[in-house]
Design a protein around this ligand. Structure first.
Ligand SMILES: NC(=O)c1ccc[n+]([C@@H]2O[C@H](COP(=O)([O-])OP(=O)(O)OC[C@H]3O[C@@H](n4cnc5c(N)ncnc54)[C@H](O)[C@@H]3O)[C@@H](O)[C@H]2O)c1
Length: 368
C-alpha cells in the first residue's frame, strides 16, 4: 500500500529532552526549511520546565502535559509521533500512537523487554502503521563508508568484528528533569547495554551480514551502592559467519569509538573519524609470516560529528528512511525487526551475565 504525500508529514514529539531538543527538532526545522516535507505541530512532556522551553524552538506548536491528552486532541491532524522519552515509556506511548492510527518513530532501545517489543511489532502490523526505530549510527558518515567498503568486496568476506564504545561518563539527560535517569533502572531498564547496546548490535548484524545465534556477556557496576545499572559491558556474539566482540564503557578515560572489521582479504579500522583500509596483496616470499603477503593501507578522514551526542547531522538521512517506509507501507521492516533483535540480545546478554557469562542461544524467530 502506497501512501500519497503531497502535504508535509505532520508529527508530534513526545518527550522534549536532550535528544529531541538538540537532535530531532533542530533537524526537523532544517528539513522543513529545505524540503518542506515535515512539520512538528505538538509536543508533550511531563516536566514543566522542559515544556516552558518548547516555544523557543517551536513557537507555533501546541504543548501538552501528557501524551494521552495530546493524542486525544491532535491525532486527527497527525501522521506520526516521535517518541523521545526514557525507554521504559516507549512501549505504552507507541501502542497509544498505533491505537490513534499514527506512524511511530521511536528512540532506541525500542522497548525494555522482549514481550513489549513483540506487542509493538504486532500492533504495527495490525494497525497498518509504520514502526521505525532511531538506529541513527547507521547514518554516521564513517559508518556509511564502512558499508560501502564491505559492499565493494575490497576486504573480502567479513569474518569477525570488534566494536568498542568508550565514554568517560554515562550519557546525561536534560538538566531540568532527571539528568541521571540512565543510572536508575526504573526509568532506563538497564545501564550501558540498554542505552548503547542497540547501536552496537545493529551494526554487527550489518557488518557480519547475518544474525547472531548465541551470546555470552559480562558486566559490572563500579559504584553499586549508588547506581543499579551497569557501566561496563562486554559480550561475544556468535554469528553463522564468525564472531563479534563488543565492549561498552561509561568509565573510560576518553570518549571514542574504535571499530575493526576483519575480512578474508583485508580489514577496516575506525577510530572516530579516522578510517584505515588495509588490503592484502601477494608478494614474493615462502609464506605469509615471511613476507608473502603485504598490506596496502589507505587512510581516510571522514568527519562524522562523533563528539556531538545529539547526532543532529545524522537525523535527516534516518528520517528519509522513515518517510520511505511510510510511503511504501512497510509497517514492520528490517529496521523494526532488528530493533526487536537488539532488545532480545540485550535481555539475553543480561541473563548470560547473571549466570556467570553462560553462553545462551538466540532465536531470531521474528526474522523468519
Ligand atoms: N539515538 C541516539 O543517538 C540517542 C542519543 C541520546 C538519547 N537517545 C534516546 O532518547 C531518549 C531520551 O533520551 P534523552 O537523553 O533525550 O533524555 P532526557 O532526559 O534529556 O529527555 C527525556 C524527556 O522526556 C520527558 N519525559 C519523561 N517521562 C515522560 C513521559 N512519560 N511522557 C512525556 N515526557 C516524558 C522528560 O521530562 C524529559 O524532558 C532515550 O530513549 C535515549 O536512549 C538516543
Amino acid at each position: 500500500m502506497e501512501t500519497k504525500m503531497t502535504k508535509p508529514l505532520r508529527g508530534a514529539v513526545i518527550g522534549y529532552g536532550f535528544i529531541s531538543g538538540n537532535g530531532h527538532i533542530p533537524a526537523y526545522l532544517k528539513r522543513a526549511l529545505e524540503k518542506g516535507d515535515v512539520e512538528i505541530v505538538a509536543v508533550a512532556d511531563t516536566c514543566e520546565s522542559r515544556r516552558q522551553l518548547v516555544s523557543d524552538a517551536l513557537p507555533e506548536a501546541r504543548v501538552y502535559t501528557d501524551y494521552e491528552i495530546l493524542l486525544e486532541q491532535e491525532s486527527e491532524n497527525l501522521d506520526f509521533i516521535d517518541i523521545s522519552t526514557p525507554p521504559v515509556y516507549h512501549a505504552e506511548i507507541a501502542l497509544a500512537g498505533f491505537k490513534h492510527g499514527l506512524h511511530v518513530l521511536c528512540e532506541k532501545p525500542l522497548t525494555v523487554s522482549l514481550e513489549e517489543a513483540q506487542v509493538l511489532l504486532k500492533a504495527a502490523e495490525d494497525s497498518k502503521r509504520v514502526l521505525f526505530p532511531c538506529h541513527n549510527y547507521k547514518h554516521a558518515p564513517v559508518v556509511k563508508a564502512i558499508r560501502a567498503v564491505i559492499e565493494s568486496g575490497q576486504i573480502g568476506k567479513v569474518r569477525s568484528v570488534t566494536l568498542n564504545t568508550f565514554r568517560n561518563t554515562h550519557a546525561k539527560g536534560a538538566t531540568e528533569w532527571r539528568t541521571h535517569w540512565r543510572r536508575e533502572k526504573r526509568f532506563s531498564g538497564g545501564g550501558i547495554a540498554m542505552d548503547h547496546g542497540s547501536h552496537t548490535f545493529y551494526l554487527t548484524f550489518d557488518w557480519m551480514n547475518s544474525y547472531p545465534t548465541s551470546v555470552t556477556a559480562k558486566m559490572s557496576i563500579l559504584e553499586p551502592e549508588r547506581y543499579d545499572t551497569e557501566d561496563n559491558f562486554s559480550a561475544v556474539l556468535t554469528f553463522p559467519t564468525g564472531l563479534a566482540h563488543v565492549h561498552l564503557s561509561w568509565t573510560a578515560g576518553v570518549r571514542k569509538v574504535i571499530y575493526t572489521i576483519q575480512g578474508d582479504k583485508g580489514a577496516i579500522t575506525v577510530d572516530d573519524d579516522e578510517m584505515q583500509i588495509a588490503t592484502q596483496y601477494k608478494t614474493e616470499g615462502p609464506d605469509v609470516a615471511q613476507g608473502a603477503v603485504t598490506w596496502q593501507v589507505e587512510k581516510r578522514n571522514i568527519s562524522s560529528g562523533w563528539m556531538d551526542a545529539s547526532h543532529v547531522s545524522w537525523f535527516n538521512s534516518l528520517f528519509d528512511d522513515f518517510k520511505t517506509a511510510i510511503q511504501k507501507g512497510v509497517f514492520v521492516g528490517k529496521e523494526a525487526r532488528e530493533a526487536y533483535l537488539c532488545v532480545q540480545l540485550i535481555q539475553t546478554a543480561y541473563q548470560s551475565a547473571a549466570q556467570g557469562s553462560r553462553e545462551l542461544p538466540l532465536t531470531p524467530d521474528v526474522l523468519i
